[in-house]
Design a binder for this molecule. Structure first.
Ligand code: LLP
Length: 388
């Protein structure tokens, strides 16, 4: 059993809900551990900005010397603003628009992770126009299984992501023929919320095969980027607030055969930020149904869409109540039946006004917020600002 998170309840009681709460000490602990593992194993880390681009979170992450993995012009701008040096920024994504490519070229970012021959040609043209040479890594679709929700697997051949192994030679030839392209790496990403280390081992085995193929062609690249994807424990957010970066990195280190001088890069997102954040909400109403009771919150899928979109589990706690436990369907106020955070959730007896914490909401929550039903954007609060 996991225990309840500890929250500054007196402070929370003064704040309007819903809001995102970030425990920056948890974030710092994660970042320190990741820094240590990365340094020991000589790994370059590019934090995946898509997981959480809150400016306070971004600047804390960059202060630890990490780079950034961006997937849009907006993310590039947010990363630069937060102080990430362009020399540590990678730019991925299947559909980069011309203005976004230009932004990356003008800032002289470390690398474009390129997903198709068509994109390669456009980057070459834009670089020619701007008098630049673009450093690129080819994102290869390794056709490797990842045991996670089908919406967030990316490395199977049926996905839209990456260059298929069958067309790799053709794209390599194209790379070599383009004047304004410098091929510096290979990039992979098989999915997100992966907790089976075998999946990463499978990816490494495939990367080894691909590197052997490159050897045969007498080609080599300066770096291998294995993407992100390390999962977290949504069921026990208090027991495991900091992810096991060590086992993950050891798995890779044991499996992957790097060439002399080749560097290894990763792009973790969720594992870095998920456990430091919670969505805090108030119970508006407790409604008795025919066979069950609903706890109706003032937060909904507009603040955290993961349960509605991926049937994702998030631990839910009534942090105001110590009364005996009871089961509730915990739902939001949005006019959609899918606006539910969990069915038959065990909570301490709940009443109007109680504060509810939805845990592990540091990743893919605030950043995926919408204003559907014309709801205002929920604010964020940080443990460092707690009024004592
Ligand atoms: N690198 C690439 C190329 C990616 O596509 C992703 C995530 C990452 C890195 C970071 O992966 P992470 O370490 O966070 O697993 N909204 C979904 C997750 C979508 C992830 C998309 N790509 C969710 O809430 O579960």
């Amino acid at each position: 059993m996991d225990y309840k998170g500890t929250f500054p309840l007196a402070w929370f009681n003064t704040l309007p809900t819903p809001f995102y709460y970030y425990d920056l000490d948890i974030l710092r602990t994660s970042l320190e551990l990741l820094r240590k593992e990365a340094d020991t194993n000589r790994i370059e880390v590019h934090y995946a900005v898509k997981a959480n681009a809150n400016p306070r979170i971004l600047s804390l992450i960059q202060a630890y010397g990490f780079g950034a993995d961006c997937v849009s012009g907006g993310e590039l701008q947010a990363a630069f603003q937060a102080g990430f040096p362009a020399s540590r920024v990678v730019f991925a994504g299947v559909g980069k628009a011309d203005w976004e490519i230009d932004l990356g070229l003008e800032a002289d970012i470390f690398c474009f992770n390129v997903e198709s021959a068509a994109e390669l040609e456009v980057i070459d043209q834009r670089a020619a126009e701007l008098g630049k040479k673009a450093r690129v890594a080819l994102r290869i679709n390794p056709n490797v299984q990842a045991d996670t929700h089908h919406y967030i697997t990316t490395g199977l051949s049926e996905n839209k992501f990456g260059i298929h192994l069958q067309s790799l030679d053709e794209v390599l030839d194209l790379c070599l023929s383009l004047q304004h392209i410098e091929l510096i790496g290979l990039h992979f990403h098989i999915g997100s919320q992966i907790t089976e280390m075998d999946n990463f081992a499978g990816l490494c085995a495939r990367v080894n095969e691909i590197q052997n193929h490159l050897d045969q062609r007498q080609l080599s690249v300066q770096h291998i980027n294995l993407g992100g994807g390390l999962g977290i424990d949504y069921h026990h957010p208090s027991k495991l607030p900091v992810p096991d970066f060590s086992t993950y990195i050891q798995t890779i280190r044991n499996m992957l055969v790097l060439r002399p001088g080749q560097s290894l890069h990763i792009e973790p997102g969720r594992s870095v930020v998920a456990q430091c954040g919670s969505l805090i909400s108030r119970v508006l109403y407790v409604k008795k149904g025919l066979q069950k009771e609903f706890a109706i919150l003032d937060a909904g899928m507009t603040e955290l869409i993961r349960p509605a979109l991926y049937q994702a589990y998030h631990k839910i706690e009534n942090i105001s109540s110590e009364e005996p436990e009871q089961k509730y369907d915990v739902v939001g106020p949005i006019c959609e039946s899918s606006d539910s955070f969990g069915k038959q959730v065990v909570l301490n007896k709940t009443q109007r006004g109680d504060l509810i914490a939805i845990r592990s909401a540091g990743a893919y929550a605030e950043i995926m917020a919408s204003n559907y039903n014309l709801r205002p954007k929920a604010p964020s609060y940080f443990s460092d600002d707690m009024k004592r």
